[in-house]
Design a protein around this ligand. Structure first.
Ligand code: SAM
Ligand code: SF4
Length: 335
């Protein structure tokens, strides 16, 4: 009989986000300071074998959906080998990645050949100068080329757009038109106080307002919520979709089915909590499956119900900002 991973509230876990690295070649204003964040020694990263073993173990517990993320996952030199190895694990039903796409131009084909199923790309603006300003890079063209290559290679692509105050309504509409024209899904993400150093409460553009802007121009037909955090709508008859993600102002904690593991093997059952369980040393010491399963079950059982920040950034302003900054272990959402 198939075993399950369940927390104390009865939520069943079926999705694992795997951070392959904490490094990034971008410095998005909402994620990192211009100088970057302190990095961990690469020697502490889980190896391909350790990642694969972990995926096999959680596979026995009913986790079948995996997303590779970071930092920037494509910076990991052995990323293609990791995808190939995970593809061979029979319990892996879906293998996806979230990337900034800067390296997709050269890696989309090998990723497809290695067996990656789908890709989410962060694309915060369709205006090259605004894109470069938000990401603190000059890689707009490279990112757009990367997205095109991924589409040509047959990947289903979703675009993640973090909406910051100051984004023009016309740009929001342009994104939805792009989704409609290219039969893509575009997902608007509300700015969240995740990394501390990038957080500016006054730059939050509430997701309800973004949805209103879209609704004024498009007829939205709500789709059933699957395992995704996004509330998703069909925008036309040709496959275009628009999604809205706001884990804090519109939390989906009751339906949360995800956990994550950091590049060095720290299990993080909830993105919005500092609660974590160290598994890296167990994997590196080749502890038994039973020992690892016990540690994983313990971590999942204690998955916090929801964010202590839910709904607060918009009510309390500065007070919440300070508390969020005091959460040093939360560095990325990998969405
Ligand atoms: N580097 C990859 C990328 O940018 O797609 C993967 C990691 S990134 C941390 C995963 C996703 O988190 C991206 O879509 C990014 O836009 C989003 N993200 C990061 N910081 C955020 C924040 N403070 N608020 C909302 N979304 C955020
Ligand atoms: Fe890098 Fe992704 Fe963070 Fe941007 S959002 S700095 S691309 S990890």
């Amino acid at each position: 009989m198939q075993e399950h991973l369940t927390d104390q509230y009865g939520r069943r876990i079926n999705t694992l986000r795997i951070s392959l690295t904490d490094r990034c070649n971008f410095r998005c204003v909402y994620c990192m300071p211009p100088e970057g964040l302190p990095v961990i020694n690469k020697k502490r990263f889980l190896t391909i074998d350790e990642i694969e073993r972990f995926v096999r173990i959680v596979g026995k517990l009913g986790v079948s959906r995996f997303r590779l993320t970071g930092g920037e996952p494509l910076l990991r030199a052995d990323v293609i080998e990791i995808v190939s190895a995970l593809r061979l694990v029979t319990t892996v039903r879906e293998l996806a990645m979230t990337t900034n796409a800067s390296l997709l131009g050269k890696l989309a084909r090998p990723l497809r050949e290695a067996g990656l199923d789908r890709i989410n790309v962060s694309l915060d603006s369709l205006d090259p100068s605004r894109f470069n300003e938000v990401t603190r890079t000059s890689q707009y063209e490279k990112v757009r080329d990367g997205i095109e290559t991924a589409i040509e290679e047959g990947f289903p692509v979703k675009l993640n757009v973090v909406v910051l105050k100051g984004m023009r309504d016309s740009e929001i509409i342009e994104f939805v038109e792009l989704a409609s024209r290219r039969s893509l899904e575009v997902r608007f993400l509300e700015f969240m106080p995740l990394c501390g150093s990038g957080w500016q409460g006054d730059r939050v553009y509430p997701i309800a307002d973004v949805r209103d802007v879209v609704r004024q121009r498009f007829e939205l037909k709500e789709l059933p919520r699957s395992f995704e955090p996004a509330q998703t709508f069909a925008i036309d008859g040709n496959g275009g979709r628009v999604g809205f993600i706001a884990p804090l102002s519109e939390p989906f904690c009751a339906a949360c089915s995800r956990i994550r593991i950091s590049a060095e093997g720290t299990l993080k059952p909830c993105l919005f909590s500092n609660y974590e369980v160290q598994l890296g040393h167990l994997l590196k010491a080749r502890e038994s499956d039973e020992t690892l399963i016990e540690a994983i079950r313990h971590g999942v059982w204690n998955k916090p119900w929801g964010s202590e920040f839910a709904n607060e950034p918009f009510r309390e302003g500065e007070a919440t900002v300070r508390r969020s900054i005091a959460s040093p272990n939360i560095r990325s959402i990998g969405g």
